[in-house]
Design a binder for this molecule. Structure first.
Ligand SMILES: Cc1cc2nc3c(=O)[nH]c(=O)nc-3n(C[C@H](O)[C@H](O)[C@H](O)COP(=O)(O)OP(=O)(O)OC[C@H]3O[C@@H](n4cnc5c(N)ncnc54)[C@H](O)[C@@H]3O)c2cc1C
Length: 413
């Protein structure tokens, strides 16, 4: 017997669930909404954790999805510090850590992702951090103050944290990474080089084509990072940005189909899971993306946000496909802002439009003559064309050369 019955059960206290709750009301849903999240905080935006919040420019409240009283106004029962321990999709019921059993008509699984932990010698030493939540950002800011910080990983977490700590005079930073240039895996060597130059001109030292071997410490605290190439870097504080793993624990135990290749919960184009009445969204959702023409799983803010809306509409019976081309943004302090649409899964050709020297350019990633992704620094308007070209799946052939000619009209492509 259930203790509570709700129309909509939203599992996970992150952005995807929060925006789903919002859209359930905006689209006219009147039924009970219960949003269950493990963290102590109401739903908040994670991007400031490596940017404004880490720099001390943004308050905790400013990161929140909505102010505290909004949830009550919208008649959303928000349970923080509460986990969903068990999901029985046949009975359409969930058991909470409070021991209450909740029955539902529709459920959203938006359990997000957890950081990938590195198990090397010395990994247990104090002063070694990961960054996923506001609490992690608090610890990093306090611990990094005035110190030598080593960032492990050259992707956006490592780069953004290095930029934020340097720009706010908190620390002097070095990055150790496997890539030859920062952010290369997602955005290629040209954009990666340009972004690395921005870090280096502010004094950040980047060690590329290397990797973490082990940590050394004294009195239980980290003192050095030793790399595979034999470098021994002074480190009073370390931040590891080695990617995330979708949190499929609950979904797996509930017997939902998973995507073994990409990780995450297997969903169709409407974001429906294999269980009737259950959708997935955000970092945990592997879905059939119509505009990209293939299955994808994306760990971006905008994707979680828009997934939440699609699921809300579908919970209300609209049966819409998720048709938004994934978008990503990143800031290296106030030195550089990048935006990206895609994701390109691998590409044969990169075309630069605009000027790297002037810091206003876009990079276009093509495979088989089709645009698969595009990055912009200071040329946001280009991304509108990129979205259209990605979704059209048009083979451009020789016409692709126009992408590199800043006087050519992209609307004509
Ligand atoms: C530091 C940082 C900076 C970022 N910067 C950017 C950026 O600049 N641009 C960008 O596009 N993206 C960025 N991202 C990524 C973006 O924030 C994520 O893609 C987004 O937060 C995913 O939202 P989500 O709702 O799917 O998952 P999450 O935000 O992970 O939320 C899931 C929540 O569910 C909870 N949960 C899990 N299991 C249960 C359970 N069984 N019961 C109850 N609760 C549970 C988790 O504790 C978590 O609070 C950043 C991420 C981080 C960590």
């Amino acid at each position: 017997m259930a203790d509570i019955h709700v129309k909509h059960l939203l599992i996970g206290g992150g952005l995807a669930s929060a925006n789903c709750a919002r859209w359930l009301r905006e689209a006219g849903g009147e039924g009970e909404i219960l949003l269950v999240g493990r963290e102590p905080e109401p739903p908040y935006n994670r991007p400031p954790c490596s940017k404004g919040y880490l720099q001390g420019k943004e308050s905790r409240e400013e990161t929140w999805f909505r102010p505290n009283d909004w949830w009550e106004e919208q008649r959303v029962d928000l349970r923080t510090r509460t986990s969903v321990m068990k999901l029985d999709t046949a009975a359409r019921a969930a058991t909470l850590s409070s021991k209450e059993v909740v029955s539902y008509d529709t459920a959203l699984l938006a359990t997000g992702a957890n950081v990938r932990r590195l198990n090397v010698e010395g990994a247990e030493l104090e002063g070694i951090h990961y960054l996923r939540a506001l609490g992690n950002a608090d610890h990093i800011r306090a611990d990094a103050d005035g110190k030598n910080v080593v960032l492990i990983g050259g992707s956006y977490i490592g780069c953004e944290v290095a930029a934020s700590l340097t720009a706010s005079d908190h620390a002097s930073c070095q990055i150790v990474m496997q890539e030859a240039v920062t952010l290369e895996r997602g955005f290629g060597a040209t954009a990666g080089r340009w972004l690395q130059d921005r870090l280096e001109e502010h004094g950040i030292v980047v060690h590329g084509e290397d990797a973490l071997e082990r940590f050394e410490g004294a009195d239980g605290r980290v003192t050095h990072v030793v790399t595979k190439n034999g470098k021994r870097l002074e480190a009073d504080c370390v931040v590891i940005g080695a990617g995330v793993m979708p949190d499929t624990m609950l979904a797996r135990a509930a017997g939902l189909q998973l995507d073994d290749e990409r990780g995450g919960v297997l969903c169709d184009a409407q974001l429906r899971t294999s269980a009737p009445g259950v959708w997935a969204a955000g970092d945990v959702c592997s879905y059939d993306s119509r505009p990209n023409g293939r299955r994808i799983r994306v760990e971006h803010w905008d994707v979680a946000f828009n997934h939440g809306k699609t699921v809300a509409l579908n919970m209300l019976g609209q049966e819409v496909e998720h048709d938004v081309v994934p978008y990503f943004f990143s800031d290296l302090a106030d030195w550089a802002s990048l935006e990206y649409v895609g994701p390109a899964q691998g590409w044969e050709r990169e075309i630069v439009r605009g000027s790297l020297e002037e810091g206003a350019f876009s990079v276009w990633y093509l495979s088989g003559g089709r645009v698969e992704g595009a990055l912009s620094v200071g040329r946001s308007d280009d991304l509108e064309h990129a979205r259209r070209l990605i979704a059209s799946r048009a083979e451009l052939g020789d016409r692709a050369d126009a992408l590199g000619d800043r006087d050519a009209d992209l609307a004509a492509l």
